[in-house]
Ligand binder design. Structure first.
Ligand code: AMP
Ligand code: AMP
Length: 337
């Protein structure tokens, strides 16, 4: 296909780059990886990466934009784009970018994100604006924290006050700690077909919270262990089928509401981070408005993606499929920024 040959799919060498570029190659695109010097050896191992552009540090990304534009590259953003370049750099990017940049402001501001979820009618944990009102276990999240760094847990108001003394963040959110199991739902919304898919689901492996149960509580006493939520990996999961309908409906409401709140709304991959209580109630703790690393489990497809496609479709490949379809229909502008 002529259009497809012209465009190349590119991303930063980090996070979910391997999945994205493998998927792009499987769909027939030429692929580009922008990698820091220390990662060239990693990315040159894979034959689905056609070209590697070297930068010294991630913050040098803007310096190679001209080159990327000349290559007709379409950038696929992932977790490292916001983590290492910041939102302003993302917004300033002039190279073709898959997704709606208007979503960035809504995602990065924890209060706006909450407003979005509330307007969409999805259940969210209780929020405490005044510490004196704390009446249950809470988790405190600093603004801008990612991957579970910069959080603390407090069992009650008293513990909260003690922990706050050592907490350096100026802006933070006090949220009810929902007792239940975490489950991350990977969606894909196609602005071309106007359909929402659940492509896969994972749970995170977080240190040390996921190992505390290995030591009985009586043996933990006196050790002074504090729960932390630093993600180091992901575990595959399927959802009890009776909860799947609600998972779709929540995703659909989030998409519909985004169209009212931000010009164009959200499209492409996103993830609802949920906790499910013993009463089988979802609580949405966060939305990630791009491909999440948990999708790396499913480079060769998932128990869900196979229900739509008779081939191995990862989220990375699904993005390339959408771009291909948009090119075919002359709608590429609609899905890029
Ligand atoms: P890295 O590629 O490990 O440098 O991570 C880039 C960004 O993505 C950081 O903000 C990480 O916290 C986040 N991240 C990386 N891997 C994961 C993961 N498996 N689950 C959730 N977040 C992740
Ligand atoms: P987040 O950065 O919001 O994805 O949170 C990182 C981790 O902290 C999650 O994967 C959960 O293990 C935990 N967590 C965050 N918010 C809550 C909450 N309200 N209740 C229980 N656990 C939470």
């Amino acid at each position: 296909m002529a259009g497809q040959i012209v465009y190349k799919i590119a991303t930063l060498g980090s996070h979910s780059a391997l999945q994205i570029l493998k998927g792009a190659k499987d769909e027939g695109f030429k692929t580009l990886c922008i990698a820091t010097s220390d990662r060239i050896s990693l990315y040159s191992r894979f034959k689905f990466i056609d070209k590697i552009l070297e930068i010294e540090t991630f913050s040098d990304f803007p310096k190679i934009q001209k080159k990327l534009i000349a290559e007709k590259a379409i950038i696929i953003p992932h977790g490292s784009f916001v983590a290492y370049l910041g939102i302003d750099e993302n917004k300033k990017m002039t190279v073709l970018y898959f997704g709606n940049k208007k979503v960035l402001d809504w995602e990065s501001d924890r209060l706006k994100q909450r407003e979005w979820m509330e307007k969409a009618g999805v259940p969210v944990p209780k929020k405490f604006t005044d510490a004196s009102q704390i009446d249950r276990p809470v988790i405190v999240k600093s603004y801008g924290a990612a991957g579970g760094h910069g959080y603390f847990f407090a069992k009650n108001k008293r513990e909260f006050a003690i922990r706050m003394k050592n907490f350096k963040a100026k802006k933070y959110l006090i949220q009810e700690y929902v007792i239940g199991v975490p489950l991350y739902i990977h969606y894909f919304y196609s602005p071309i077909s106007r359909k929402l898919e659940i492509l896969s689901i994972d749970k995170r492996y977080e240190t040390n919270v996921d190992s505390l149960g290995r030591i009985p509580s009586q043996n933990q006493q006196g050790l002074g262990i504090e729960p932390s939520f630093v993600v180091v990996g992901n575990i595959p999961l399927t959802l009890r089928e009776s909860l799947l309908a609600e998972a779709f409906e929540m995703g659909e409401r989030v998409v519909a509401t985004s169209k009212k709140l931000m010009d164009g709304g959200i499209w492409g991959p996103f993830c609802l981070e949920t906790i499910i209580t013993p009463e089988q109630k979802f609580s949405i703790i966060e939305i990630s408005c791009r491909i999440v690393a948990g999708t790396n489990l499913y480079v060769s497809g998932s128990p869900y993606s196979v229900l739509y496609y008779d081939r191995e479709v990862s989220t990375g490949r699904r993005i390339a499929m959408e771009i291909k379809e948009a090119i075919k229909k002359g709608k590429l502008k609609k899905i890029l920024n």
